[in-house]
Write a protein that binds this ligand. Structure first.
Ligand SMILES: [Zn+2]
Length: 395
């Protein structure tokens, strides 16, 4: 069954061969969807026939957001920590321990219900691909079950046993790294596509360069792709380690040296910026313009998590990127769609060209610029057209 989507005032394809500029913009456009895949894109006046027709009534259509960094398997609530932070307390990652305690206590059903409601909340705001990390279990069994649950909703699952050193390993970080790289990795690898580590010398709870290298190389040997929480709280070894090991993404990149920027510019690692974290921790934003000027591929993601940033809205992150990081609206939208896809090494999402997944999102506006122009307004939602299922292929 093919579907002709028409009435598109402005279509973002992210394919410069199909339209204008980096976003490959087509005005007065149409898209033909067939079997969950984009079959045709172009001006509505030249659209071919299809079995059925959906008219979006003069709205803009964009590729569904690709949120390449989220922590959605957890229990508990840290609104009190947020309130304390807004009253002057500093964020250092220490509050993660409270989520770990609540997550270990929670049943599979409770974790699954929370996870599924967050994925639905994201889809309702235009996100059609989401990466989900573990990292609040921090025992062999709890990390494995968090990843098993994550794999029910997305193929983009990330083992983050090296999120923080759990309380029971306080002062024994090396022993905990041995657990993460040994039995925990073995139990989690069957459910994970990626491995990640919180590399941060400035946090007593996280992992230094040597520990991060041990975690990442063990993950690579187990067949997992690499991602790194890098340079969030201070300039450290995370970004250069990510580039050296060929990680798909270095995430945060808030505190960068010139060497870090040069490394990113010369490598294949995407710099994933998470401005919702700086917003929610009242911290200085990453220097997106410096990265873009150096030719680094930049992605935007939510980092949706109960501690440092509990937003599920990619549109909000786009608005922050434009207002606070001086990205253009086009750069920000590209980073939130095609950039996220690059950070996940995917070519079938984050763009709307023939052969791509039919992950269309529709705006209550005639132009994508409204995403930044109207911050906080629920303008965008995933469009369910010619397509069934959760928005993700089964594995
Ligand atoms: Zn994170």
């Amino acid at each position: 069954m093919s579907t002709l989507v028409t009435g598109i005032a402005e279509l973002v394809t992210n394919d410069p061969s199909l339209g204008d500029g980096q976003l490959g913009l087509v005005s007065e456009a149409a898209v033909v969807v067939d079997g969950g895949t984009v079959a045709w894109v172009g001006p509505a006046a030249r659209a071919p026939e299809a079995d059925e027709r959906v008219d979006v009534g003069g709205r803009a259509v964009i590729p569904g957001f690709v949120d390449s960094h989220a922590h959605l398997v957890f229990a508990g609530d840290r609104s009190a920590e947020f309130e304390a932070r807004m009253s002057g307390a500093r964020y250092d990652g220490g509050g993660i321990g409270s989520t770990v305690a609540a997550t270990r206590e929670a049943s599979d059903d409770a974790l699954r219900a929370r996870l599924r409601s967050l994925v639905a909340e994201m889809r309702g705001q235009g996100t059609t691909t989401v990466e989900v990390k573990s990292g609040y279990g921090l025992t062999v069994d709890d990390e494995a079950r968090c990843l098993r649950l994550a794999a029910e909703v997305t193929p983009e699952t990330t083992f983050l046993g090296a999120h923080v050193v759990p309380a029971e390993y306080a002062g024994r970080r090396d022993e905990y790294v041995d657990l993460v790289t040994g039995p925990m990795l073995a139990a989690c690898a069957p459910y994970a596509r990626w491995i990640d580590v919180f590399c941060e010398a400035a946090s007593a709870h996280a992992f230094d360069g040597a520990a991060a290298r041990a975690v990442l190389t063990a993950g690579r040997d187990a067949g997992l792709g690499l991602r790194v929480h890098a340079n969030q709280l201070s300039a450290g070894p995370g970004v250069r380690l990510a580039v050296e090991l060929g990680a798909a993404s270095a995430d945060h990149c808030t505190h960068l040296t010139d060497d870090d920027v040069d490394a990113l510019a010369g490598g294949t690692t995407v710099a994933t910026l998470l401005p919702g974290v700086e917003f929610s921790t009242r911290s200085p934003y990453p220097d997106a313009r410096r990265l873009l000027s150096a030719g680094v591929t930049v992605a935007l993601a939510t980092d949706c998590n109960p501690g440092s940033c509990f937003t599920s809205s990619m549109a909000f992150c786009v608005a922050l990127a434009v207002r606070e990081m001086h990205m253009t609206a086009a750069e920000a939208l590209w980073a939130a769609t095609a950039g996220g896809a690059a950070a996940l090494r995917r070519t079938d999402v984050g763009r709307l060209c023939p052969g791509a997944r039919a992950d269309l999102a529709v705006l209550e506006a005639p132009s994508f610029t409204h995403l930044a122009y109207r911050p906080g307004v629920p303008l965008v939602r995933a469009l369910n057209v010619g397509y069934s299922g959760s928005g993700h292929p089964s594995r």
